[in-house]
Ligand binder design. Structure first.
Ligand code: HEC
Length: 80
């Protein structure tokens, strides 16, 4: 009498192998994505692109505005 494994024809086995390979690949991609951590780059990085006159001097204007020190309020005792 034949075991269950021997009953599976080769196309079925190929399909199963393909599914396992695709699943493994997808899991691998997921695992790689999960390892990526967000990084705080700070505002000066923004200036690389947002600094020129053509763009309205966005970085300088922001730096001179009160928005650039908005987080300072979080250091006040009443913010704790
Ligand atoms: C590599 C270049 C680059 C860097 C670095 C960059 N930006 Fe931009 N940013 C752009 C471009 C290009 C646009 C689209 C401009 C447009 O549509 O006119 C944009 C658009 C924006 C907008 C939308 C502006 C609008 O009028 O809708 C904001 C807000 C913005 N950026 C904020 C930031 C901040 C904050 C940082 C830093 C953390 C940053 N950007 C860093 C290139 C950059």
């Amino acid at each position: 009498m034949l075991g269950k494994r021997e009953l599976a024809s080769w196309p079925q086995r190929c399909l199963l192998g393909l599914l396992v390979a695709v699943a493994a690949a997808l899991l691998g991609v997921r695992a790689a994505e999960e390892k990526r951590e967000p990084v705080y780059v700070g505002a000066r990085v923004c200036a690389q692109c947002h600094h020129d006159q053509a763009g309205g001097d966005q970085y300088s204007r922001w730096l001179l505005s009160r928005h650039s020190v908005a987080f300072a309020v979080l250091a006040k005792p009443e913010a704790k």
